[in-house]
Design a binder for this molecule. Structure first.
Ligand SMILES: *Cc1c(COP(=O)(O)O)cnc(C)c1O
Length: 378
C-alpha cells in the first residue's frame, strides 16, 4: 500500500522542529519556560506529531491552544502537560475543562462567575489583561484598578487563579512609537503583577511574550514565552530577521501531471488572462486553491522545478495550476516540484509566498487544507 498519494503533500521536518525548540529555549532566561502555541492544528503542521515531539523529545511541558477541542486533543498527546486555552470556551463546558485538567483564560468577572457556576469542581485559570491589543481581557486605566478586579475574581469560589497574561499587538515592529507602545503594555502587566504582590497575592505566572517579544525584547519577567510562529521557523514580521538557526518546518510539494508545447496566441487557464506570445513549454502541477495554495497567486507565484524558479501562468484552479517550464528542458510528467521549501540552491518560504499576495506566513501554513496529507520526516 502507498503511504499517501503522490499528488500534493506537506513534508514536516521534526528534526527542524526540535532544533527550533532548542534555539527558542536558548533565547529565554532561566526564569522563563517555553509554552508551545499549537492552536489551529499546530499552525497547520498537525498537532499530534508536533505536540508529541515537543513533549517527549524537547521536554516542553506548557502548551497553548485556542479552544476546548484543541485542548482535549493536546491532553491525549501529552497526558502530563499544562494546557492553556487562550480563547473562549462556553461556560457550559466548565466540567470538561476541569475534567481534563485544562487551564482556561478568563477575560472578565462576568465570565469568571459563569465558569464557576457551571463547574462542579475547581477550575484552573489564567486571567487575561487587555493592555492594548483590544481583543479580550480585563481593561483598566491603572494597574491598581486592574489588581482590584483580579482580587475580586480570586474571591469567586471554585476558581483557581494561577496567573495573569497579556498579548502584544506590535512587538514585531522596530518603529520607535511601536516600541513605546509595547513598553507600555509590558509595564502595565508587570505593574499589575507587582501590585498584587504588594497586597500579598503571589501568582505563579505572569506572561506576555509571543514569538516577536521572545526574539526582540526577551524579558526574564515573563514566566512563559508563548512561542508560536518561530517554533515553525517563520517570521513574526518578514522585515525583521529571526535568530540564527531557526528554519521552516514545513515544505509543500506536488507533481507535474502534464507537459506540453504551446504556440504564440494559445491561452492558459480560466478567464484567458494569459496567452503565450511565443512558443513555450507549459507544465501542469497537481495543486490548487482547494489545497490552500491561494488563487491570489495567479500569475504571481513561482514554483521550484529541478532547482529553478518557474512562474505560474494564468489562474490557479481548484486542483491544478500551470507553470512556464521553457527554461527547464528536462521537465517530465511525474517530476516532483516544490511550492514551499528548497530545491538545490533555491528556496521559497511561506513568508515569501505570503508577501506576494498581501498576507503573512501564518495564514499560508494554517491555510494548507485538510486534503493535503502531512508527511513527517526525521
Ligand atoms: C497566537 C497567540 C500567540 C502566539 O503568537 P506567535 O506570534 O505565533 O508567537 C501567543 N499568545 C496569544 C494570546 C496568541 O493568541
Amino acid at each position: 500500500m502507498k503511504p499517501y498519494l503522490k499528488r500534493a503533500w506537506a513534508e514536516v521536518s521534526l528534526s527542524r522542529l526540535r532544533k527550533n525548540a532548542e534555539i527558542i529555549k536558548g533565547l529565554n532566561s532561566q526564569s522563563t519556560e517555553v509554552m508551545a502555541v499549537v492552536k489551529a492544528d499546530a499552525y497547520g503542521h498537525g498537532d499530534a506529531h508536533i505536540v508529541r515531539t515537543l513533549a517527549q523529545d524537547c521536554s516542553i511541558s506548557f502548551f497553548a491552544v485556542s479552544n476546548l477541542d484543541e485542548a482535549v486533543a493536546v491532553r491525549n498527546f501529552a497526558p502530563n502537560a499544562e494546557i492553556l486555552i487562550l480563547g473562549y470556551t462556553p461556560p457550559e463546558y466548565a466540567h470538561e475543562i476541569s475534567m481534563h485538567n485544562i487551564i482556561q483564560g478568563v477575560v472578565s468577572t462576568e465570565y469568571a462567575e459563569a465558569l464557576a457556576q457551571n463547574s462542579p469542581a475547581s477550575i484552573r485559570c489564567h486571567i487575561k489583561i487587555d493592555t492594548g491589543m483590544g481583543r479580550i481581557g480585563l481593561k483598566h486605566d491603572t494597574p491598581a484598578e486592574c489588581a482590584d478586579e483580579i482580587a475580586e475574581i480570586m474571591k469567586i469560589g471554585k476558581l483557581s487563579v494561577e496567573g495573569i497574561y497579556t498579548h502584544f499587538s506590535v512587538a514585531d515592529s522596530d518603529a520607535p512609537d511601536n516600541i513605546t507602545y509595547t513598553d507600555r503594555q509590558q509595564d502595565f502587566i508587570l505593574d499589575t503583577y507587582d501590585e498584587l504582590i504588594s497586597r500579598g497575592i503571589k501568582l505563579r505566572h505572569c506572561h506576555f511574550m509571543n514569538s516577536a517579544a521572545t526574539c526582540y525584547r526577551n524579558s526574564p519577567r515573563s514566566t512563559l514565552s508563548r512561542a508560536g510562529i518561530i517554533l515553525y521557523g517563520l517570521h513574526p514580521d518578514i522585515s525583521l530577521d529571526i535568530p540564527e538557526g531557526l528554519s521552516p518546518v514545513m515544505e509543500l510539494k506536488a507533481v507535474i501531471s502534464h507537459v506540453k508545447t504551446v504556440k504564440a496566441g494559445d491561452c492558459i487557464s480560466y478567464g484567458r488572462t494569459f496567452s503565450a506570445d511565443h512558443e513555450m513549454r507549459i507544465a501542469t502541477v497537481t495543486i490548487g486553491y482547494a489545497d490552500g495554495y491561494s488563487r491570489l497567486l495567479s500569475g504571481k507565484g513561482k514554483i521550484l522545478v529541478h532547482g529553478k524558479r518557474c512562474r505560474i501562468v494564468g489562474r490557479v484552479c481548484m486542483d491544478q495550476l500551470m507553470i512556464d517550464v521553457s527554461d527547464v528542458e528536462d521537465t517530465v510528467s511525474g517530476d516532483i516540484v516544490t511550492l514551499i521549501g528548497c530545491d538545490g540552491n533555491e528556496c521559497i518560504t511561506a513568508d515569501e509566498l505570503a508577501s506576494l499576495y498581501g498576507t503573512i506566513g501564518y495564514e499560508v501554513v494554517c491555510g494548507i487544507s485538510k486534503r493535503v496529507p502531512r508527511i513527517y520526516i526525521d
